[in-house]
Design a protein around this ligand. Structure first.
Ligand code: 6GP
Length: 816
């Protein structure tokens, strides 16, 4: 139990909170009220540590990183906070004494879904690791009132339901109105000639909103360190603008009000895709301007030499979404701090670092000049000047080579290109897995790499074992601790000690029994949520991630259709029972993605209700996949599906979570899969499909011809015909026509089968056969599963963070 609370004191604190908040006692309170009261008691345990950490950091003058991100997919806090405080079991017992089940309380907590997928969850893992390792860090983000939508499945179709996560109040946040900042939009820039012949640039005629920060504590694992995730909300600058009202400018007052209401309303639900909307740019500037202003203000409290800013502060830009920070820092330094360009540039170019999370071209952020300059006139002016100087630099280095400016220019062809801004101005550019970084260097960012090779580095992603093992899989966590001690919780490479047990029958049995229990736990969830009975003795094969064509959930479901055909054709076939589980949200406007969800559910319906196959095959679509149910899924998987078209998945992090929990990967040589196989050995993962190089070759030569495969392979032809002959959907043969066309129709403007699904199909089917054969050899499988856990040490976000710290951020560990 944490120092300041004995069991009795904790219970007393919960009872007091219930009274104070709701005028209730334990017996009469609802589960939600109990969750709130308990969370406030936990917050009380945190607050002292939070204050003392911040004081200590300040006293030691530690350098800090601001991790700037549009998304933080933190997941539920209560259970995780208790684990990191080191008192989960004690609090569970204390609550048990008053008849309260901590698990039920945890389920009352909304999942703060302030992110889409990979990039947002990575940001959350990084904050956990930064804090556990004792580094000073701030997460800077947005307090969306509606996070990622809730997914309902209605007649097999995805329906998006607003996620009002704040409706009951979020107990862990703390409003900090004293740090509010004004953020300005629109207007124009006036020049005033100064006595010394230079100009002052004055921004006039703008609209303002007030950015108000809410702080969420991030707790280090048993080390008393607490960092802060600061998310900004928007409020009208003055509730009622009398001045404007009197002047008859009622419209402006209303507009300002509206701006404040809309700006933080909702998270854009597209991942790996640029929305291109004005409101999105407003969101970006809103939280960045507030964060940058506050960072400069905070720095000045402890240091009056602004030139030392980069020595104490680093901005890590999580993809291009926050790259406007570069121009905003220049603006603040020149317009507010009165620095000359060269000094402001010296500071900015040593402060900002950029991470690229995707090579998907549709994700590359480009803003039309018209929109950008209208919304952010002063910032645009600064970017123009950065661009002018940068182009001169390019021309000096490559005289006469106009292609270089075309490729690297920041403003080009009527657009502001955010990645180019980040690379030209930042001191560091990194990819998120070795293969991804190589593709950036050799293809996507080739010209930049040639010009600034010293800026580029790789930082392979990682995940936090505190959430994805300690919290997600307590049975396995305890077993591991029992075998090798608990050092792995803060040093994941310790897991390699488990290799000793691969020859130990008893240990292997225990390991597989835990897997079985986790499969039972998931089966119970599926029965409750889907009404489908699944057999924990069958192979649990799981693909959970955002729905995207490049991730190829379609390949998976087409293969299931193929298996079903085989079982139907040969009822006596010796087939090891399989349960295929999917979980995925599709962006609301992504037609093919949403249709794929419908296809999965349609196929599931037919297969699950076909008594003639005796339950050999089951298909389940988990509704509303999110961090909380992800934890159940990772713990229960036998097989981890990582089947993206090679070269497209920058890294993946789900792949690591499965591995850590002892699942075997079936995957392509893409993203971090490459490194996973390297760690675990190719006997303990099943790899298939085109290599990244092969995919890129095809792409450079206009693709390949899927029709040939359709014509020559009867199995594939049968499956594809079932998309349009009413086999699964007798009422409407046209329903899946667009999927069929996406695979075969060469007449459509884009290439058919852009993601090489048919090309890789056979190789995938063979890999799945190998999985089955492998699983039948119980002993070999158990060894391989244990080896996956034992070899997952590299994929801790603690390792990733240490690499960022050493190569980019140069932070010092606090010593408290
Ligand atoms: C994702 C990548 O798709 C995934 O491969 C990677 O593991 C993750 O980032 C973390 O690095 N990208 C996004 O979520 C995204 O929105 C713009 O990229």
């Amino acid at each position: 139990m944490a120092k300041m609370f004995s069991k009795e004191e904790f219970i007393k604190s919960v009872e007091d909170n219930l009274k104070l908040l709701y005028r209730k006692d334990v017996e009469s309170a609802s589960t939600q009220q109990l969750y709130q009261a308990v969370s406030y008691s936990v917050k009380e345990m945190i607050i002292e540590k939070w204050m003392s950490s911040q004081n200590e950091f300040e006293k030691q003058g530690a350098k800090m990183v601001y991790y700037m991100s549009m998304e933080f997919l933190v997941g539920r806090a209560l259970g995780n906070n208790l684990i990191n405080l080191g008192c989960y079991k004690e609090i569970a017992e204390a609550l048990d004494e008053i008849g309260v089940d901590l698990n039920l309380l945890e389920d009352e907590e909304p999942d703060p879904a302030l992110g889409n997928g990979g990039l947002g969850r990575l940001a959350a893992c990084f904050l956990d690791s930064l804090t556990t390792l004792g580094y000073r860090a701030y997460g800077c983000g947005i307090r969306y009132h509606y996070g990622m939508f809730k997914q309902k499945i209605d007649d097999g179709f995805q329906k998006e339901v607003p996620d009002n996560w704040l409706k009951d109040g979020y107990p862990f946040e703390l409003k900090r109105p004293e740090h509010a900042k004004e953020v300005r939009f629109g207007g124009y820039v006036n020049y005033v000639l100064k006595q010394d012949g230079t100009y002052d640039y004055i921004h006039e005629g703008y609209q303002s909103v007030k950015a108000v920060p809410y702080d969420i504590p991030i707790i280090g694992y048993k080390n008393n360190v607490v960092n802060t995730l600061r998310i900004w909300d928007a409020e009208p600058i003055n509730e009622f603008q009398l001045e404007s009202f009197d002047a008859g400018d009622y419209k402006k007052a209303l507009e300002q009000d509206n701006l404040a209401k809309t700006i933080t309303e909702v998270l854009y639900p597209k991942d790996d895709h640029m929305a291109g909307k004005e409101l999105r740019l407003k969101q970006q500037y809103f939280f960045i301007s507030a964060s940058v202003q506050r960072a400069v203000e905070a720095f000045k409290l402890g240091n009056d030499n602004i030139m030392e800013f980069p020595k104490y502060v680093c901005f890590q830009l999580n993809d291009t979404h926050p790259t406007i920070a570069i121009a905003e820092l220049m603006r603040v330094l020149m317009d507010d701090e009165m620095l000359e360009w060269d000094d402001a540039w010296e500071i900015t170019s040593h402060t900002c670092a950029y991470t690229n999370h995707t090579i998907m071209s549709e994700a590359l952020e480009k803003w039309p000049i018209e929109l950008f300059s209208r919304l952010l006139p002063r910032v645009y002016q600064i970017i123009e000047e950065i661009n002018r100087r940068f182009q001169a630099q390019i021309e000096a280095k490559y005289p006469g080579d106009t292609k270089k400016v075309e490729k690297m220019g920041i403003i080009y062809d009527g657009q502001v290109r955010m990645a180019n801004l980040a690379i030209a101005c930042g001191f560091s550019v990194n990819g998120v897995a070795r293969l991804h970084t190589e593709i950036l260097k050799k293809q996507e960012l080739k010209d930049f790499y040639e010009m600034f090779p010293e800026k580029f580095s790789n930082k392979t992603n990682g995940i936090t074992q505190r959430r994805f093992l300690c919290h997600a899989n307590p049975l396995l966590a305890d077993w591991i601790t029992d075998k090798i001690g608990d050092e792995w919780i803060t040093n994941l490479s310790e897991l390699s000690k488990l290799k000793l047990y691969t020859e130990d029958e008893k240990a292997l049995n225990e390991f597989m029994t835990i897997k079985f229990k986790n499969k039972q736990r998931l089966a119970k969830y599926v029965l409750e949520h889907n009404g489908v009975e699944i057999d924990p003795h069958s192979i649990f094969d799981i693909q959970v991630k955002r729905l995207h064509e490049y991730k190829r959930q379609l390949l998976n479901i087409l293969h299931i259709m193929y298996l079903y055909n085989r079982i139907k054709e040969r009822p006596d076939i010796d087939f090891y029972p399989r349960t295929f589980i999917f979980g995925a949200k599709a962006a609301a406007g992504y037609h093919i993605a949403k249709l794929t969800i419908k296809l999965i559910n349609t196929v599931a319906d037919i297969i699950n209700n076909d008594a003639s196959i005796h339950g050999k095959l089951k298909v389940v679509f988990i509704e509303d996949y999110r961090v909380s149910n992800a934890e159940l899924l990772f713990a229960a998987a036998d097989v981890s599906e990582q089947i993206s078209t090679a070269s497209k998945e920058a890294s993946g992090t789900g792949n690591m979570k499965f591995m850590l929990n002892g699942a075997i990967t079936i995957g392509t040589m893409d993203g971090a899969n490459v490194e996973i196989v390297e760690e675990v050995g190719d006997d303990n993962a099943v790899i298939f499909g085109l290599s990244a190089q092969e995919v890129i070759e095809y792409e450079n030569h206009g693709g390949y011809d899927p029709v040939e495969i359709f014509n020559s392979d009867p199995d594939i032809r049968k499956v594809l015909m079932q998309l349009i002959n009413g086999f699964y959907n007798p009422g409407d043969t046209e329903l899946f026509r667009d999927i069929y066309n996406s695979l075969l129709n060469t007449k459509s403007s884009s290439r058919a089968d852009t993601y090489f699904i048919l090309k890789d199909f056979k190789s995938y089917a063979n890999a799945q056969e190998k999985i089955e054969e492998f699983y039948r050899d119980k002993n070999r499988w158990a060894k391989a599963a244990l080896l996956n856990t034992a070899c997952s040490g590299k994929f801790s976000s603690d390792r990733t963070i240490e690499e960022y710290v050493k190569d980019i951020w140069k932070l010092e560990k606090a010593n408290f």
